[in-house]
Design a protein around this ligand. Structure first.
Ligand code: 5GP
Ligand code: MN
Length: 333
């Protein structure tokens, strides 16, 4: 691992920089990428955000969002940009499998330096520089720290402030979950002095949705939620038919997994989402229960102690049986 001071030196010269983040980016992935993009562009670098997949349309308010490339839409151009990059900045993920199919192009550019900024458990070693802390509320918090270290005189613009705040807000569940910390609140207070408009972000994130999405949530909660109080778990299932019926868009299931946790005896909430070839799993837990361990050991995934994800190659019913067996055997709850 190289010293971050060497990176500061490296950034004294205008560079070709590719910024990337995990598949189906969430608020922290989008916010950290665009905060970094807006900052680096203002410093004279040639920066480009490339997402491995599509991203939720409701993040369209983030400054610079219209300039993001979706790798799946344009693999050839993306591969050229990655091949020409001097520096590749990896944000909000801990393992190159989280950026498939873009990982191949990154591995091919052996001349480029890699910077990883992340807060997930157990980061793999693929970067030359790493700013990593599992105690950070969000990658956006760490991007703020990175910019402050690299450029102590810099005052975030309103645009950069909005990006950083979005990641802090979404990863802390609006300052309510276990990721919430003092630093996140301090940074938010500072960003207010930089022109951050909290109401604008709230309107964009929570008051700008589609009717279909709200009806989908109602249907999922009333018809597709299984509560197993004996095991301490609540499961919501989203199958392909629902996705079609409600015209689900990328990001529409964001936050849905949290609902079962509102029930007193549910300690772990799980979302099963049927995708074309796999079932994508989201886990959330209360207190000290580690869903990260469950995802890592049983579902080829990982994340944070109280919020993790993974995948299953079984059917929905087989996946349910597997989950029940894990909770029956290991007495997790
Ligand atoms: P979500 O349930 O919101 O998709 O993800 C919760 C957390 O787990 C996020 O921090 C996300 O980055 C991580 N995560 C989700 N899916 C996976 C996965 O398949 N592998 C790993 N390593 N992490 C995941
Ligand atoms: Mn994050």
């Amino acid at each position: 691992m190289e010293q971050l001071a060497a990176l500061q030196e490296f950034l004294q010269t205008p560079r070709n920089i590719v910024i990337t983040t995990h598949q189906k980016p969430d608020g922290d992935a989008m916010g950290s990428s665009l905060a970094m993009f807006n900052y680096l562009q203002s410093k004279g670098h040639n920066a480009r955000v490339i997402s491995p997949t599509e991203f939720p349309a409701y993040f369209g308010y983030l400054p610079g969002c219209e300039e993001i490339w979706n790798y799946l839409d344009n693999p050839n151009l993306s591969q050229i940009a990655i091949a020409e990059a001097d520096l590749i900045i990896c944000l909000d993920f801990n393992d190159l499998s989280r950026i498939e199919p873009l990982d191949v192009a990154i591995k091919a550019n052996t001349a480029a330096k890699i910077l990883l900024i992340d807060h997930h458990l157990y980061p793999k070693e693929f970067a030359h520089w790493m700013l990593h802390s599992v105690k950070a509320s969000s990658t956006c918090e760490l991007v703020f720290e990175f910019i402050s270290m690299a450029d102590p005189e810099y005052v975030p613009t309103k645009e950069v402030a909005e990006c950083i705040y979005t990641g802090i807000l979404t990863d802390t569940g609006s300052f309510s979950n276990g990721a919430t910390n003092k630093r996140a609140l301090q940074i938010t207070a500072f960003l207010l002095d930089c022109g951050l408009d909290i109401i604008h972000v709230q309107e964009q994130l929570n008051q700008n949705g589609r009717e279909e999405k709200l009806r989908f949530i109602g249907n999922a909660l009333s018809r597709n939620m299984i509560i197993r109080e004996d095991l301490g778990i609540g499961i919501i299932i989203v199958d392909k038919k629902d996705a079609y019926r409600y015209n689900l868009q990328t990001g529409d299931t964001e936050g849905l997994v949290n609902f079962p946790l509102s029930i007193r005896n549910v300690k772990v909430a799980i979302l099963l989402k049927q995708e074309p070839r796999i079932i994508k799993l989201s886990f959330r837990s209360k207190g000290t229960i580690s869903v990260e361990k469950i995802c890592r050991e049983h579902f080829e995934g990982g994340g944070h102690r109280n919020a993790s994800g993974g995948k299953s190659f079984l059917t929905i019913d087989e996946t349910l049986e597997k989950i029940y067996a894990i909770f029956e055997k290991e007495k997790i709850v």
